[in-house]
Write a protein that binds this ligand. Sequence first.
Ligand code: PAF
Length: 283
Amino acid sequence: MLIFTTKEALKNHLNPIYKKNKSIGFIPTMGALHIGHITLVKKSLSENSVTIVSIFVNPTQFNNSSDLENYPRTLKQDEALLQQTSEDIIIFAPTPQNLYNGTVTSLKFDFGKIESLMEGKFRPGHFDGVGTVLTHLFNAVNPIRAYFGEKDFQQLQIVRKLVAIKCIDIEIIGCAIYRENNGLAYSSRNQRLSENAKQQASIIHKTLIKTKEMFGTNNAEQIKKFVTSVFKNETNFDLEYFEIADVETLESIKSVDHSKKYRAFIAVFAEQNVRLIDNIALN
Ligand code: PAF
């Protein structure tokens, strides 16, 4: 397994690969890898000649400095997990200085209304940070395909916009959410939760399943009221938002149009202010 820590070293290695027109699949991550990431990696291994995983905790996408500080960093474990998955994986783990050419700041993007909703509303500047780091990473890796989990569904739609706006020729592939046995969506942030909190956090997915059952016989307002009442009674979790939104525009719905697809989206704070997000397809 190869590990590169600078764009220059990575490019030197990749140049002959580009010349041979080999397909490169890319999985951008912030490390603290889990089985959800590994399913993306395996998909890339099966679809491409070369698979590159970046491990980079991106400072510009954190609107909260303590969230950035507390973000789990487990590079050695990540390397071991990738090594077990396949010897053929290339890891790219640059420093902020190297990836950002010395200036670690966000570019400004116009992703339209989608950037101001849900994650965009509660994490100002987050999607500019994601757009910025992915612009740098896509430039450094130059893949043909890039893989993203649907847990961060809004991010996935933003990435699709990013490649469209910037005319970047990369196929963006969304992969289904991977869940623990109790339904909790795999997330690097789960590492900060006690076993007890992880068990209790199954309430998030259970509530989403219930909203799916209610969809069709209840309107969005009634479903929202139900979710709010569930979390009012959950002393260990604080609901930040719950929305039912159109999957394309991510705008909250007022009434259902059966030709469209909808998802329910949720963000919740657990112990130690660990922020968990999840979503479910409703139709
Ligand atoms: O989803 C993530 O882990 C990050 O937002 C990403 C896409 C790697 C950009 O830093």
